[in-house]
Design a protein around this ligand. Structure first.
Ligand code: B4P
Length: 182
């Protein structure tokens, strides 16, 4: 599938889970800013050392740092791609639009995977990553409402938004995405 997509949604909605599977099924490039940042932390790079505490609090890494790591990865026009967890702020969304115009790779769809807060909290507590404690999850949900939820209107106004219900099993949601995208 030679599509250019992004996945939007609250923490724990299943963006990473679905993005990984969809990209593998269709030979797309999967770019997860969360995975890229965690790899920097694990490798102990200067960037990783700087962002570690930010991520453990559930805050967002700075737009400049995230944009720098995404920019270098979007240069292959012969392959579809799927951005997972990026953009997360209006500044990132504007910067992405500029970058894609420069690369002549317009975005085709922004897919919102949505889920009620109580189910999000449950999934994240079950996952148990370093940033999946009750306090951090509460902060991540607050940050999502404040900084990321405005992107829903941003992509709706541009006629790019599609919504998928994130409640159900992983396979059920994967089937919804296949129906939507193929
Ligand atoms: P991310 O790595 O993007 O992770 P997430 O939003 O917490 O999770 P996601 O929605 O992908 O859920 P998942 O599939 O894993 O972000 C982590 C941090 O990185 C951010 O807080 C921020 O600090 C930083 N960051 C990342 N991108 C950034 C950016 N652009 N700008 C600034 N900072 C950035 O699913 C969650 C759990 O649910 C898993 O355990 C999964 O197995 C389970 N699950 C999934 N689907 C399920 C289903 N249908 N039923 C039951 N369980 C399910």
């Amino acid at each position: 599938m030679n599509q250019r997509l992004l996945f939007l949604g609250p923490p724990g909605a299943g963006k990473g889970t679905q993005a990984q599977q969809l990209a593998a099924r269709h030979g797309m490039l999967h770019l997860s800013t969360g995975d890229m940042l965690r790899a920097e932390v694990d490798a102990g790079t200067p960037l990783g050392i700087e962002v570690n505490a930010v991520m453990e609090r559930g805050d967002l890494v700075s737009d400049e740092q995230v944009l720098a790591i995404v920019r270098g990865r979007l240069l292959n026009p012969n392959q579809g791609w799927l951005l997972d967890g990026f953009p997360r702020t209006l500044v990132q969304a504007e910067a992405l639009a500029d970058l894609l115009e420069e690369l002549q790779q317009p975005l085709q769809r922004a897919v919102l995977i949505d889920l009620a807060d109580d189910l999000l909290v449950q999934r994240l507590l079950n996952r148990g990553r370093a940033d999946d404690t009750a306090d951090t999850i509460r902060n991540r949900l607050r940050v999502y409402q404040e900084k990321t939820a405005p992107l829903i209107a941003f992509y709706e106004e541009r006629g790019l938004l599609a919504r998928v219900d994130g409640e159900g099993t992983i396979d059920e949601i994967a089937a919804r995405l296949e129906d939507l995208l193929t």
